[in-house]
Design a protein around this ligand. Structure first.
Ligand SMILES: Cc1cc2nc3c(=O)[nH]c(=O)nc-3n(C[C@H](O)[C@H](O)[C@H](O)COP(=O)(O)OP(=O)(O)OC[C@H]3O[C@@H](n4cnc5c(N)ncnc54)[C@H](O)[C@@H]3O)c2cc1C
Length: 402
């Protein structure tokens, strides 16, 4: 009998827990350690922040999902690991510390925003790292929208997170413009690089910029933030950007407590360094994947921190571990990027295909963006449940009062 403990029920961890829970022998035990009670798809956190997220149909309760999919949800936060004793150390919601024995440990705790130690960023910016932060952001945005007049929001970082947030907020402001009491949101999207989506192909950046300009988002390229105060940001060349609400969405890193945890190898972003099999370099019974892992590829590059990469690594590791429990060797994870899809407002998206040679955009592409989330739902809940959810969602959109 083996006990597999998975830490983090996000894009990667929930897929592994569901797949393993449904496929391992009844003597084997699958436990998901996750501090939250409900699973949210992180690429939609900007929708929670903008008040457009459907929390009825797009969340999963770990406890009941685990019962139906063969794993146990243990609500707690990982704080440490004792590799010699093969024990995970956790903090329960009541603050008590507990330990949990494991035969295999899979760490998939994701990443947090990297403020690059910018003065005042931590104190004065909102972040979209957890559902709670996303909900807190909505509370602030909601009262801003109700405050009338003209209001300003600064968003640092024009990668997928910052760009999707800027576009979603701009759309919400546009839709509320018929209400004379609603505030008009002026959005500054600030990026240090010379284009939005700096990690995507240039053509995609150009198309995204055009769309943002159409939504009247003020995109400031080649602009680095030097410091943040309660109601303003100052750029490295001294320009002051006043704002009512400020977001930081530039860069990611794994949390500081993960650095060299249990003596494991980590990189400068605190990510655990793993082999191509996803096993950590110093301990073959501990695996890491998703945004908290530095995963090498055969050509020397690293697997990017994307939802799609987390999902593919999860499916690979789940299948690999099931085979490994039957005595088979672990196979390397080979990541083939399926392109990039970025939502720009809730009715429009841009995507790259065919190794970035083709750029698609429009309403239909927005459906493609949703497909990544639907595929995730299919992996964690099955084809039937996913189909039911799509139908319910369509009906809900059709019949809900406007
Ligand atoms: C607003 C936004 C928009 C994005 N848009 C896109 C996009 O368009 N395309 C794209 O590919 N990617 C996008 N991303 C990035 C994408 O969300 C991540 O790459 C992906 O979620 C990583 O998956 P993961 O499983 O590694 O981590 P996560 O999905 O973040 O899951 C980590 C889980 O671990 C849990 N956890 C954390 N710490 C602990 C602990 N100590 N103990 C127990 N549990 C813990 C968390 O509660 C969470 O459930 C976006 C991210 C944001 C924030």
């Amino acid at each position: 009998m083996s006990r597999i403990v998975i830490v983090g029920g996000g894009a990667a961890g929930l897929e592994i827990a569901s797949m393993l829970g449904r496929s391992v022998n009844s003597q084997d035990e699958v436990i998901l350690v996750e501090g939250e009670t409900h699973h949210y798809w992180k690429p939609r956190f900007h929708e929670i922040a903008a008040g457009t997220f459907d929390s009825d149909l797009d969340t999963i309760c770990y406890f009941s999902h685990g019962a139906n999919n063969g794993y146990m949800h243990y609500q707690a936060w990982m704080t440490d690991v004792n590799r010699a004793a093969k024990q995970l150390v956790v903090r329960k919601p009541n603050g008590e510390t507990d330990t949990l024995a494991y035969d295999y440990l899979i760490i998939a705790i994701g990443a947090i925003s990297n403020d690059f130690a910018t003065q005042g960023a931590k104190e004065h910016c909102l972040f979209l790292d957890t559902p709670e932060q996303a909900r807190d952001s909505w509370h602030q945005i909601s009262s801003l929208l109700r405050s009338g007049l003209s209001r300003t929001i600064n968003i640092v970082g024009a990668g997928a997170t910052g760009l999707e947030l800027a576009a979603e907020l701009a759309k919400v402001s546009e839709e509320l413009s018929r209400n004379p009491y609603a505030a008009k949101l002026n959005i500054n999207l600030i990026e240090a690089a010379d284009r939005v989506l700096p990690n995507g192909p240039v053509k995609m950046s150009e198309q995204a910029l055009l769309r943002l300009e159409k939504y009247q988002v003020n995109v400031m390229l080649n602009t680095r933030i030097a410091s943040v105060e309660a109601d303003r940001m100052t750029t490295s060349d001294g320009q002051v950007l006043n704002a009512d609400v400020q977001f930081w969405a530039a860069g990611i890193k794994a949390p500081d407590w993960l650095k060299e945890i249990g003596g494991l190898q980590s990189n400068s972003l605190n990510q655990l360094v793993v082999e191509q099999t996803l096993a950590t370099t110093f301990d073959s019974s501990i695996f890491a994947l998703g945004d908290c892992a530095a995963i090498p590829q055969a050509d020397g590059s690293q697997v990017p921190p994307k939802a799609q990469a987390a999902n593919r690594a999860a499916v690979h590791l789940a299948k690999n571990l099931v085979a490994h429990l039957k005595g088979k060797p672990l196979k390397p994870f080979v990541y083939n990027d399926g392109g990039m899809v970025v939502a720009i407002g809730h009715n429009f998206a841009i995507s790259t295909m065919m190794n970035d040679r083709l750029i698609l955009k429009g309403r239909l592409v927005r459906r493609l963006y949703d497909t990544i989330f639907r595929l995730h739902q299919k992996t964690v809940s099955g084809y039937l449940a996913m189909s039911r959810l799509i139908i319910f969602k369509r009906l809900k959109c059709l019949f809900k009062p406007v």
